[in-house]
Design a protein around this ligand. Sequence first.
Ligand code: F6P
Length: 334
Amino acid sequence: MTDSNKIFVSNIKKIAVLTSGGDSPGMNAGIRAIVRTAIYNRLKVFGIKRGYCGLINDEIIEMQSHTVSKIISDGGTILKSSRCPEFKEPEGRKKAFDNLRKHEIDALVVLGGNGSFKGADLLRKEFNMTVIGIPCTIDNDIYGTDFTIGFDTAINTAVTAVDKIRDTADSHNILFFVEVMGRHSGFIAINTGISTGAEATLLPEVKTNIKELCNYLEIERRKNKTSGIIIVAEGDDEGDASEIARKVKDRLPDYETRVTTLGHVQRGGSPTSNDRVLASILGFEAVRALLKGKEGVMIGQINKEIAFTPLVETYTKHDKINRNWIEISKIISI
Ligand code: F6P
């Protein structure tokens, strides 16, 4: 091992890490990389339990290299996570900052999504806290990175499930509506739809027209297709998969339909290699960036290069799906 990755530019001596919001596979790989890179650079490193709630309640523990042994392949987060309403209030953030000061923590690394980064940015603006964000969500909807940690695992989980559904759909000539996660974003849906050859994919970004969908299904049936898969993102404007299935059945009563909601199964499981690598690189680079005096940013990867995005942009801008993909997915499922 060379010492070329050791950096001693800033005054940072102690850093802390927390995971916040919906957990995503790969968070543990990120925690591991942060802890080990910090120790390698002779920093003390602390883990904060249960996200911002644990910070407010002073659930802070020192971490060692062995604390993160054998976690790289585990889903979830060893630090636990939370969505923390108290942190949205100024009093909550004051308590959080007081605990950071009590432990003499110089910088905070936040693994989470855009809501978590908004919270981190408030700590920075209100208390001059040094913070850096790492994008973790299965939804892949964060501005400033090509991929978020957890997305690759989630879509592979969804694709495996839909492939299995296709087997039984095909055996019984059934039209399946499969709901995938993504309240505000169709990344999981469009990737799953294309990967599984779905007959249609309904996304929050595109208005759903039930009449058009039914006309399309009738054309498909005339081609003697023996099954159908409709991927429904949970945030679709016509409702959830059950509601959409009911609306379709009202117009096409002779169709046999079934509904499967994949739900939180998409958030769990051992991370894919892509997610482990992304989390490891971003964790390492986050500590390196802090030591070089960078802060107030989210660290991401764009075109395979490390990219820094001001935290404010991560919660005021949104990453958008490629609308061409919607057309492509329709054309190749005819
Ligand atoms: O973390 C993102 C996400 O999984 C979304 O896809 C989903 O809409 C939401 O979280 C579900 O959140 P909760 O587990 O709080 O119901």
